[in-house]
Ligand binder design. Structure first.
Ligand code: PEP
Ligand code: MG
Length: 573
């Protein structure tokens, strides 16, 4: 029978593929009994699972290079020894025989009694050995449940199911050619979700318990637009989804006719449609789709899936390749926005609420040794094409001043070293903290441009963690508070005569473009895949009419006719 599940769709695409369940952390095992007649077969199943887990560990042990640290080798040897220990191998068999427990439940009970013993030990070292028990039990449980571990990487064409994925996982899996992913947790504005959209991976997040509800290898339909998941679907349903996949492909071909056409409203108001990029492959797409500029280059990519920090030369070579690859298309390089859901090795803040902690410009100003190589590299790369620099997560003017002082120092040091660099490159800031939006006029006096980061602005204004699916229902770009803040920033920019753009996900959503045009926004930056859809929408709009309607709407925020006025704006063409 068809299984249907719902979650939060975070991409436009649909995919059909085999389920591939990734298991991390402890498995949840429920009590299960078997028929007494099945006890011998169950014991056999348990013994096969132990052998399988042991073989897997042996294989890993053999593949370890000779120069590996001895403590790592000892760690694996300990686990191999534990897989021969009567406490783990024989006691569960006794439990199966005596109580007709399913093998995984018998093992789980034995795990719990062992863990309890470790918990009562006074010696802190011995207490930590509990982790070894957990690890070994997990390996055997995975073998029992026929779940895969991460060392098996044949994921091509598969639908990945996981409790959660990091942005770094998403990049690796894209290279492994996965068809789609489904996670139990995560929000649509998380960095993982943004990457999935940019990489065009159909995905649904926030589907609780999905890794336990579906089976390894079964065929799954993932509808990233509607947030729907279907398993074991009948032929007619599969044919329906195949047909939707073909329709989406035809639409993409048709949209390509807009490449090269100027981005203007119906009456000819010129609008800048810019790309958000982060991976090397985004450069090609940006050029191909003829974006007006890169409005946001997320540089955190350089820090993912690696150990240690990139040095100045690596930063420089990367930015230089990007700038040259864009062949004259202007680029705004955002300085490091590490922290919160963009954690990397060696630079992690373990505070209770990382989104409110030491992230982005706060972290960079606190760690100038980590930051300066990036600043030097950006100034050097700017010799090869038009570059602007943008500061993430500003909350006060001191941060702008400190950044500028650091830039001046960097310029002086580059001069002293005789290294070529570009002088006086424009410096802008992201408005993504409510305080910065409320004080936007002050920021316009000290910066050359502003860009509204709605992903964070909405998170901070509405007090909802962008990676938490439980509060995702509150994520509302049309909340009166958000619209007021956006309007304040646009107006501050118009008064000061500096460019204002928007680079959060709201900017690339065709539902909001008429309203933003009505508010006076003229620069939109979005993942490359949204550029043509945004252009198509823009070409239908009448900016003057929208401005009039929006002025009225802004006076009616939160009133009873608000929805109706909004509906009119979005329907205007
Ligand atoms: C934003 O917050 O809107 C933004 C563009 O930055 P990021 O999504 O990388 O935090
Ligand atoms: Mg942000």
């Amino acid at each position: 029978m068809t299984f249907a599940g719902n979650g939060i769709g975070i991409t436009r695409g649909i995919a059909i593929g085999e389920a591939h369940i990734l298991q991390r952390g402890l498995l949840e095992i429920s009590p299960r009994m078997i028929d007494t007649a099945d006890v011998p077969a169950e014991i056999k199943r348990f013994q096969l699972a132990v052998n399988g887990a042991r073989e897997r560990l042996h294989e890993i042990r053999q593949k370890i290079p000779g120069n590996t640290r001895s403590d790592i080798i000892a760690f694996i040897d300990t686990h191999l020894l534990m897989m021969n220990d009567a406490a783990l191998v024989e006691v569960p068999i006794k439990l199966i025989r005596k109580h007709a427990y399913a093998a995984e439940w018998a093992l789980q009970l034995q795990r719990e009694s062992l863990v309890q013993v470790f918990d009562t030990m006074d010696d802190p070292y011995l207490r930590t050995r509990k982790d070894d028990v957990e690890h070994v039990v997990n390996q055997i449980q995975m073998a029992l449940l026929d779940l895969d571990d991460e060392s098996n990487d044949n994921r091509s064409g598969k639908v990945i199911l996981a409790q959660d994925l990091t942005p770094a996982d998403t990049i690796v899996m894209r290279h492994q050619g996965i068809a789609a992913f489904i996670t139990e947790f995560g929000g649509p504005m998380s960095h993982t979700a943004i990457l999935a959209r940019s990489l065009d991976i159909p995905a649904v997040v926030g589907v609780h318990s999905i890794t336990r509800l579906l089976h390894q290898g079964e065929t799954v339909v993932v509808d990233g637009e509607q947030g729907v998941i279907l398993a074991d679907a009948d032929q007619a349903t599969l044919a329906h989804y195949q047909q939707r996949i073909s329709a989406a492909q035809s639409r993409a071909t048709q949209l390509r006719n807009l490449i090269g056409k100027a981005a203007t409203t119906r009456e000819g108001v010129r609008v800048h449609l810019m790309a958000n990029i982060e991976l090397p492959e985004d450069i090609e797409t940006t050029r191909e789709l003829q974006a007006d500029a890169v409005g946001l280059y997320r540089t955190e990519f350089l820090y993912m899936n690696r150990q240690g920090m990139p040095d100045e030369e690596e930063h420089y070579q990367t930015y230089r390749r990007v700038v040259e690859g864009l062949d004259g298309i202007p680029i705004t390089i955002r300085t490091l926005d590490l922290g919160a859901d963009k954690q990397v090795d060696g630079c992690t803040s373990y505070c209770c609420n990382p989104a409110l902690g030491l992230r982005a410009i706060r972290l960079c100003l606190k760690e100038p040794k980590m930051f300066q190589p990036q600043l030097r590299a950006i100034l050097r790369a700017a010799v090869h094409g038009p570059v602007r620099i943008m500061i993430p997560m500003l909350s006060n003017l001191q941060e702008v001043r400190k950044l500028k002082a650091l830039l001046a120092e960097t310029e002086a040091a580059l001069s002293a070293d005789g290294i070529p660099f570009a002088k006086d490159i424009p410096v802008g800031g992201m408005i993504e903290v409510p305080a910065a939006a409320l004080a936007a006029d002050a920021f316009t006096r000290e910066l050359d441009f502003l860009s509204i980061g709605t992903n964070d602005l909405i998170q901070y204004t509405l007090a909802i963690d962008r990676v938490d699916d439980e509060v995702n229902y509150l994520y509302d770009p049309l909340h009166p508070a958000i619209l007021r803040l956006i309007q304040m920033v646009i107006t501050a920019g118009q008064r000061a005569g500096i460019p204002i753009s928007m680079c959060g996900e709201m900017a690339g959503d065709p539902r909001y473009i008429p309203l933003l045009i009505g508010m006076g926004l003229r620069e939109f930056s979005m993942q490359p895949g949204s550029l043509l859809i945004a252009k198509e929408r823009l070409l239908q709009l009448d900016a003057a009419k929208l401005a009039k309607q929006t002025r009225r709407l802004m006076k009616r925020l939160g009133e009873s006719d608000f929805e109706q006025l909004l509906g009119k704006i979005c329907a205007l063409h």
